[in-house]
Design a protein around this ligand. Structure first.
Ligand code: UN1
Length: 495
């Protein structure tokens, strides 16, 4: 019998109101059933939100430094259980253990950052324009936050949202990606053990239409944070716009690595391989375009193809594996459908291009690392997010053209430039239209204490991580205190 997992609602581990469940299977070996999880719906969301409102009343009164200490304890517990969580995450998500360890570490770093923020959450004291009057600001919690997260960083992304939300004094209703409910369960266990108020965190498993939609539409959930596809984010944005909700969106990417002829080409090669095929290309920061200056040594592409073809695919729990499976059948179908797009558009296939087969690969959702050459800017391959191990090489004549090509997609998350010319490095910072630009480092690998997010259709102007996210999860309150004992009229009596 597979293990049956539960929601965490109103301080208790409970089944879905319907009693229904869904299966969670290992994408490297779908015959490996990890467990059954509650298939929740609007009724469960309703109970969770009602409880989270009570949780908010209690939790928002806990002093911020004390909330910070609880976040720090959560970080300690995650550190103690790092290996166990990483293994659970690899089993349900597929990426290699080295990467799930990094995913958990990103969560730990985020916990410790939140811990210290409990003693900051600074406001400002500002001179008043009138005598005997003070003016200052502080940060107030907002209420119940709806947190909707994807599969690709089953620990890091929930922590990016939930630690700052809780630190600021909000309560959360957490709807994790339906492919990674086990890691989410471990995270909620840790939050509770660390001492988060039992009604300040609610875990509701299930699918987007059945749990995510009622959460987004709930009138008592004033804050929504979503990471996922641009299409879903747009629909969420429409609802939140209509309901005047505060919304943070983190969506698609079509990130490019630019390589100039003066670059350290070995370094650029390591960078593109890690950026394109790490996490099987399933990062919103993944490198899916390689913009090569025409004078880059032709051997560069040969070496790239050779090394991409040699990457070892397999179960992420096995030590020698370098690339795991895609998350599920739908992801595999989507990547396969782009092979047809590339054929129709006429690009040259250099390696991969098909499902992987062979010992240990026939059952899971494995796809070969794939590279196309000669891809033209503006084509579907050059513009659309594939979210798989597929890299398109675009050749350009000069740096100006590289910048133009980088910028002419609708997404704007990250970019990378390999060059040793300091002038080009600074031009890249200035001219590449992305939220994050790396020089001599790949497009993936943002650090937890810096703001994370993109421009254009990648986001909606907010950032996760670092100091900026604390502004998203709190409201600025402005406080004036006039101790002059007279009516002082601003803008009038002082002029
Ligand atoms: C994502 O793919 O949604 O910068 C997040 C990175 C990771 C986070 C990726 N730290 O690649």
């Amino acid at each position: 019998m597979p293990e049956t997992f539960k929601n965490y609602i109103a301080g208790e581990w409970v089944e879905a109101a319907s009693g229904e469940t869904f299966e969670n299977r290992n994408p490297a070996r779908p015959s490996d059933l990890i467990g059954l999880f509650p298939r929740s719906g609007a009724e469960d969301v309703e109970r969770a939100v009602r409880s989270a409102r009570r949780g908010f009343e209690a939790w928002s009164r806990v002093p911020a430094p004390e909330r910070g200490s609880i976040m720090r304890r959560a970080g300690d517990l995650m550190s103690e259980r790092k290996e166990e969580i990483a293994r659970a995450a690899t089993r349900e998500m597929g990426k290699v253990l080295l990467e799930t360890r990094g995913d958990v570490q990103e969560g730990i770093d985020t916990a410790y950052y939140a811990g210290t923020e409990g003693r900051r959450l600074f406001g400002h004291v500002v001179p008043s324009e009138l005598p005997d009057k003070w003016a200052m600001t502080y940060r107030r919690p907002i209420g119940v936050c709806g947190i909707i997260t994807p599969f690709n960083f089953p620990m890091a992304i929930p922590t990016w949202k939930i630690f700052p939300a809780l630190l600021c004094g909000n309560s959360v209703v957490f709807k994790p990606g339906e492919d990674v409910p086990h890691t989410a369960t471990l995270f909620v266990e840790i939050l509770l053990e660390a001492g988060v108020h039992p009604e300040a965190v609610q875990l509701v498993h299930g699918f987007g239409e059945e749990v995510g939609a009622p959460l987004v539409e709930h009138p008592d959930v004033p804050v929504i944070s979503f990471t996922g596809s641009t299409e879903t984010g747009r629909r969420i944005g429409e609802v939140c716009g209509r309901m005047h909700k505060r919304l943070s969106l983190e969506m698609g990417g079509k990130n490019a690595q630019i390589v100039m002829p003066d670059a350290d080409l070995e370094l650029a090669l390591d960078g593109v391989l890690w950026g394109a095929f790490g996490t099987t290309g399933q990062r919103c920061t993944a490198t899916s375009r390689l913009i090569l200056h025409k004078d880059v040594d032709a051997a560069f592409v040969d070496r790239l193809v050779e090394r991409a073809s040699a990457l070892r695919l397999g179960d992420g729990l096995e030590a020698e594996t370098e690339v795991g499976p895609l998350i599920n059948q739908a992801a595999l179908d989507k990547v396969e459908s782009y092979m047809q797009v590339a054929r129709d558009e006429g690009w040259e296939l250099l390696c991969g291009g098909a499902r992987a087969s062979g010992p240990g690969l026939d059952e899971g959702y494995f796809f070969q690392p794939t590279i196309f050459r000669g891809v033209q800017p503006g084509s579907r391959m050059a513009c659309e997010e594939i979210f798989g191990p597929v890299l398109s090489i675009i050749t350009v004549d000069d740096f100006d053209e590289a910048v133009r090509v980088n910028n002419e997609v609708r997404y704007g998350l990250s970019s990378a430039v390999y060059t040793n010319d300091v002038r080009l490095a600074f031009r890249a910072f200035q001219e590449l239209d992305n939220g994050i630009t790396y020089v001599n480092a790949p497009t993936i690998g943002a650090e937890a204490h810096l703001p994370f997010g993109g421009v254009k259709e990648t986001g909606n102007g907010h950032r996760e991580g670092g100091w900026e996210v604390y502004e998203f999860y709190s409201e600025t309150k402005v406080c004036y205190l006039d101790y002059s004992g007279t009516l002082q009229r601003a803008q009038i009596d002082n002029y």
